[in-house]
Write a protein that binds this ligand. Structure first.
Ligand code: TYM
Length: 335
């Protein structure tokens, strides 16, 4: 509890361009939670270097991501928005938790297996222990709730297991976090292959809608989305392409999948795809406009970066000190 409220933590990588999947699966759900929870949203730049990055590009993307958080409607006065690398406690706690995580557990992580296959020339130890750093992110703030898309569930389960193991040895040190998964949009699929999730790292640019795509591009990608030859708009597993478009439409408009099916009863795929394109544009356009304004206000963003890093650091230090004492590190001598 902080200020009488439960704590919420989430983060995104500043790698590649954010997709509609990141927005509908995570970011969109982050807005307006700050009345109920004390919210920490991190730009997880330390996770990003598990694959090679160009330093200048990473620095710029990290800043852009912070501005996207704000442009998406997350108020930086009421939520703590900060860079993971600005709070050294993440790395310090990750080291301790590494000593409470088994190789076998990390070996089972599907994201590690995927990334190791894609970056076979750079299967570094950081890529392997990535979920432990993620556990440290969450546990450092004693988060009760973690809003994520379905693809992060396995990492969250591991976080809970490690926290419970640590608590089993040292008493109630960590809060055990719960996942918060949105009702629709928790797994947005590729527009070109609805069996795969929409991903920043997809090589086919038509597979993903990027948050900064212009309206024409968004419409073109929606119209080209791979569907089927059933010629009926139904929400069912046998039609994964249409089902994904229904998820996108329903998540953008707030309508339920059932309502969407009724709305498009008897209509053709062409009309439906156009409606999906329009719905996505109407969600992303205001975000892009706010982002463009923020990008001009350097000193405002700098102020947020500075203040929020201090606030996050303060909360993180409290947990870290407690953990260090529990595992037996000597107290610092203060003069
Ligand atoms: P990342 O950066 O890959 O994704 C950020 C968030 O977007 C969600 N997401 C999706 N949701 C629906 N459909 C999709 N196609 C889709 N693609 C991505 C992800 O589930 C995620 O919520 N390891 C994390 C970042 C992280 C983190 C944390 C998250 C680091 N520490 C602590 C929560 C708490 C990651 O790489 O997310």
């Amino acid at each position: 509890m902080i200020n009488g409220k439960k704590v919420l933590f989430s983060g995104m990588q500043a790698t590649g361009s954010l997709t509609l999947g990141n927005y509908l699966g995570a970011l969109k759900n982050w807005v307006n939670l700050c009345d109920e929870y004390e919210c920490f949203y991190s730009v997880v730049d330390m996770h990003s270097i598990t694959v090679r990055q160009d330093p200048a590009v990473l620095r710029q993307r990290a800043r852009n991501l912070l501005m996207i958080y704000i442009a998406a409607g997350i108020d930086p006065e009421k939520n703590c928005l900060y860079y993971q690398s600005h709070v050294s406690g993440h790395a310090e706690l990750a080291w301790i938790l590494n000593c409470f995580t088994y190789m076998g557990e990390l070996n089972r992580m599907t994201q590690f297996k995927d990334k190791a296959a894609r970056h076979a020339d750079n299967i570094n130890a950081g890529l392997f222990t990535y979920p432990v750093l993620m556990a440290a992110d969450i546990l450092l703030y004693q988060a009760d709730v973690v809003p994520v898309g379905i693809d992060q569930m396995q990492h969250l389960e591991l976080t809970r297991d490690v926290a419970q193991r640590f608590n089993g040895v040292y008493g109630d040190v960590f809060t055990i976090p719960e996942a918060y998964i949105g009702k629709v949009g928790a797994k947005i699929m590729s527009l070109q292959d609805p069996a795969k999730k929409m991903s920043k790292s997809d090589e086919n640019p038509n597979a993903s809608i990027y948050l900064m795509d212009d309206p024409d591009t968004i419409m073109r990608k929606c119209r080209r989305a791979v569907t089927d030859s059933e010629a009926q708009i139904l929400y069912r597993e046998e039609q994964p392409g249409i089902r994904n478009l229904i998820d996108i439409y329903s998540s953008c408009t707030g309508k339920t999948p059932d309502e969407v099916v009724k709305e498009f009863d008897g209509k053709g795929y062409g009309d439906f795809k156009t409606a999906v394109g329009e719905a996505v544009i109407s969600v992303l356009k205001p975000l892009q406009e706010r982002y463009a304004k923020l990008a001009e206000d350097k000193s405002y963003i700098d102020g947020i970066i500075k203040e929020n890093a201090e606030k996050a650091g303060h909360t993180a230090a409290r947990t870290l000190r407690k953990v260090q004492r529990k595992v037996g590190f000597p107290d610092r001598i203060r003069s």
